[in-house]
Design a protein around this ligand. Structure first.
Ligand code: AMP
Ligand code: ZN
Length: 448
């Protein structure tokens, strides 16, 4: 039985699906720039969650969104629109910017061997539904209009503070005066923004007789309503989403449709880089391409991510990435050995791995078990599927010509033609294949 930590209850709970197909929603990328390794870490953890659910026999319908509109610089509905900013920076239209970074994200997604979600939803495809949702929230008495938009009156939702255990009085006391003087409560947020006559904003839709665009949180509640239907089983995101974004998604869903949003909420912690927050000004915003330039494969990074728990604080360093790579190559060689010599696995090893991941997705514990157990080729196949590391794809399939060389070399050795055999060994080494001669014959390994 799978146990997961539910942010909503702050408890470790048994996972019980609401229906036959597990409905999952993951808050996706804002497509205005390259995603950094911190972002990809979160998608690796959620991919692992899907794989664990499938291993437990569940069918899954998963939706991931692309925020391609109206995501402002801060959670407080202030600042420049990120897409507009990206467009200005690159001399492109906002639509071109969104397309470019969405494609880049999907390329990395595939390179990381992440399972493709059943639905990838672009926020801009749901604007009519967003308007209907605002209509409903207004009809139910949850909104008010200001000069710059339609706002959600959070005092109307009794349970607003519950999910994130918010201190609303403290928030109110600390609120800045000025910009938001029309806001009734500090925690109120825009569900729809109006575009002022002097404001440049390329993405615009007419609603309430004026041009505007949806507030950021709305796309997620709308997409969930349309593509999955509430309540869903699991909602995932980064820990930064708890106090504002997810709190507001829950509030919107309650106001529009009068129901709860999700049964379980999973949040992954942030990774830091060299002990610092990932940030442009610190110059530590690495992309997967940056890692590739330093010789690291996407799977090395995935191995690094899964070496830590999704709720733990992680610090990324190139030394720790090097260690993850060494572990991956070592596993690959263990598989190569298994493949050639039919290692008999230890009884119960796979069950131990499964028990570890079922205990709130404890991948580091599972990795330790893998390190310390004798595994059969069949165990490895299951492990590879569970973590999506492409270990097997990378290992037993030696190219035909290399396999022939190995056989040739064995023949030379049998004929005591050692000088020639050594030449072949060197040739194999050039292809990063090392040969170990054992009593059962020669065994190849990847050189690393
Ligand atoms: P964004 O494109 O900014 O909306 O971020 C996409 C996802 O990445 C969100 O779920 C964030 O919570 C997550 N995220 C952003 N930075 C980090 C980080 N340093 N570590 C882990 N996850 C992150
Ligand atoms: Zn969301």
């Amino acid at each position: 039985m799978l146990k997961i930590y539910n942010t909503a209850t702050r408890k470790l709970e048994d996972f019980k699906p609401l229906d036959e197909v597990v409905k999952i929603y993951t808050c996706g990328p804002t497509v205005y720039n390259f995603q950094h390794i911190g972002n990809y870490a979160s998608y690796i953890y959620w991919d692992f969650l899907i794989r664990v659910l499938k291993e437990n026999g569940h069918k899954v319908r998963r939706v991931l969104n692309f925020t391609d509109v109206g995501h402002l610089t801060s959670d407080a509905d202030e600042g420049e629109d990120k897409l507009e900013k990206g467009a200005a920076r690159e001399g492109k239209t906002v639509w071109e910017v969104a397309e470019f970074y969405a494609d880049d994200f999907m390329r990395n997604f595939r390179e990381l061997n992440l399972l493709e979600p059943e639905v990838i939803a672009r926020a801009t495809d749901y604007i009519t539904e967003d308007m209907k949702a605002v209509d409903l929230m207004t009809e139910h008495g949850f909104t008010y209009e200001t000069r710059d938009g339609v706002y959600y009156d959070t005092s109307k939702f009794e349970k607003y503070a519950e999910f994130a255990r918010l201190d609303l009085a403290g928030l109110q006391a600390g609120a800045r005066v000025g910009f938001s003087d029309e806001k009734r409560n500090a925690s109120d947020f825009a569900v729809w923004k109006f575009i002022q006559p002097d404001e440049k904003h390329a993405m615009r839709w007419d609603y309430l007789g004026r041009p505007g665009y949806p507030g950021w949180h709305l796309e997620c509640s709308t997409i969930i309503h349309k593509e999955l239907g509430e309540p869903i089983d699991i909602h995932t995101g980064g820990i930064d989403h708890v106090p504002v974004h997810h709190t507001n998604e829950i509030a919107e869903t309650f106001a529009a449709y009068g129901c709860g949003l999700s049964r379980y909420w999973l949040h992954c912690n942030f990774i830091t880089i060299d002990g610092e927050k990932v940030s442009k000004s610190l110059g530590n915003v690495y992309t997967l391409d940056d890692l590739a330039e330093r010789g690291f494969a996407p799977m090395d990074f995935k191995m690094w991510v899964l070496s830590g728990h999704y709720q733990g604080t992680r610090n990324f360093t190139f030394e720790s990435l090097e260690a993850a790579r060494a572990r991956r190559l070592h596993w690959r060689n263990r598989i190569a050995l298994c493949y050639q010599s039919e290692v008999v696995g230890e009884e119960g090893a796979w069950e131990q791995v499964l028990a570890a991941v079922n205990d709130n997705l404890n991948s580091p514990e599972a990795f330790a078990i893998i390190d310390n157990s004798e595994l059969s080729f069949m165990d490895w196949e299951k492990i590879d599927n569970l973590f999506g590391l492409n270990l097997i794809l990378d290992s037993p399939d030696l190219p035909e010509e290399l396999r022939k060389l190995i056989l040739e070399r064995e023949r030379m050795r049998a004929n005591k033609n050692f000088a020639q055999a050594d030449k072949v060994r060197d040739k194999l080494l050039e292809n990063e294949i090392a040969i170990r001669d054992t009593v059962q014959g020669s065994i190849w390994e990847y050189e690393s």
